[in-house]
Design a protein around this ligand. Structure first.
Ligand SMILES: C[S@@+](CC[C@H](N)C(=O)[O-])C[C@H]1O[C@@H](n2cnc3c(N)ncnc32)[C@H](O)[C@@H]1O
Length: 284
């Protein structure tokens, strides 16, 4: 059975338990233990959600996803469709980050956040992931469905360049991941939100007279395009967050550019044959 179908079918019978648990758990307050939460909510794999059922990510994969995103103390992680809150809790407990879980049925996760003693760092909010503003995040985690990832994609692409997005199992259609990690625990995919660097750029040597034009065509993180007025193609060209890289050859002059978008300039180290110099690119 295809993964997404199985994922959808894995549930549908335990909403009652969730609702009963929800009422019981109103009473759970300070001093609540994980066992108290689990007794009250009795969550079960396949429990109905709004657009996708609850199926938890296994522990080793939670760790791997957060490692792939290089989560650390300064990060704000949003888990969209937080389930029992385990990714948000792990982001705080194992990686020292702050985290927000957005969940249609948030009671279980809210209880576990209290039980795990991370309520200073983790918040679980009741909400619809398609209506909640998660633009403050610099890490987004997903375990949804391919079509839900695709529906979120335009919003994700408008996030701050460099935002890391990790998805358990599911891809983003033709936006290829920057990294993939597949093992017996399951698969995880990482995307780095790319800055928009499309257009015509003129790079000028900062201390010297050399300059060149590059016309960049961008498809997600991949760049293609031509150099100068000629027909030379750029190769090995991509953008990762604000970092830009490309190579091209004009006759026997081979150029490698590594730069960073800062505002509307690209500050770059450009190596032409064996000499490296600083260039500044401006877009026209
Ligand atoms: C497959 S589970 C993943 C849980 C958790 N992120 C994990 O990896 O363990 C998906 C969760 O998304 C929630 N969900 C589904 N549609 C949603 C929506 N539109 N807004 C908020 N939560 C939603 C479900 O209730 C379910 O808990």
């Amino acid at each position: 059975m295809p993964m997404s179908t199985r994922h959808r079918l894995q549930c549908a019978w335990s909403l009652g338990l969730l609702l009963v648990g929800g009422v019981a758990a109103q009473a759970l307050g300070a001093g609540t233990s994980r066992e108290d939460c689990e007794k009250s909510y009795k969550p079960s794999t396949g429990q109905p959600g709004k657009d996708v059922v609850w199926v938890p990510t296994n522990d080793p994969l939670v760790t791997r996803m957060l490692e792939m995103a290089q989560v650390g103390k300064g990060d704000l992680v949003y888990d969209l469709g937080a389930g029992d809150g385990k990714i948000a809790i792990a982001a705080a407990k194992q990686f020292g980050a702050r985290a927000v879980g957005v969940e249609y049925n948030p009671e279980m996760a809210q209880c576990l956040v209290r039980a795990e003693g991370v309520d200073d760092k983790v918040k679980v909010i009741q909400g619809d992931i398609f209506e909640t503003d998660f633009s403050a995040a610099n890490v987004v985690t997903l375990y949804l469905l391919p079509e839900l990832n695709l529906k979120l994609r335009p919003t994700i692409l408008k996030m701050k360049p460099g935002t890391r997005v990790v998805s358990h199992s599911f891809l983003m259609d033709d936006w290829r991941p920057d990294e993939s990690s597949v093992s017996s625990d399951g698969s995880a995919y990482l995307w780095i939100v790319p800055a928009d660097v499309s257009g015509k750029w003129t790079f000028k040597q900062q201390r010297g007279n050399d300059s060149f034009d590059v016309n960049l065509v961008q498809t997600f993180q991949k760049l293609s395009g031509k150099v100068g007025k000629g027909s030379d193609d750029i190769t090995n060209a991509e953008v990762r967050g604000n970092q830009v890289e490309m190579m091209f050859s004009e006759g026997d002059v081979h150029t490698r550019l590594k730069g960073e978008l800062k505002g509307n300039r690209i500050e770059a180290q450009v190596t032409r044959n064996d000499a490296t110099a600083t260039y500044v690119g401006t877009r026209s």
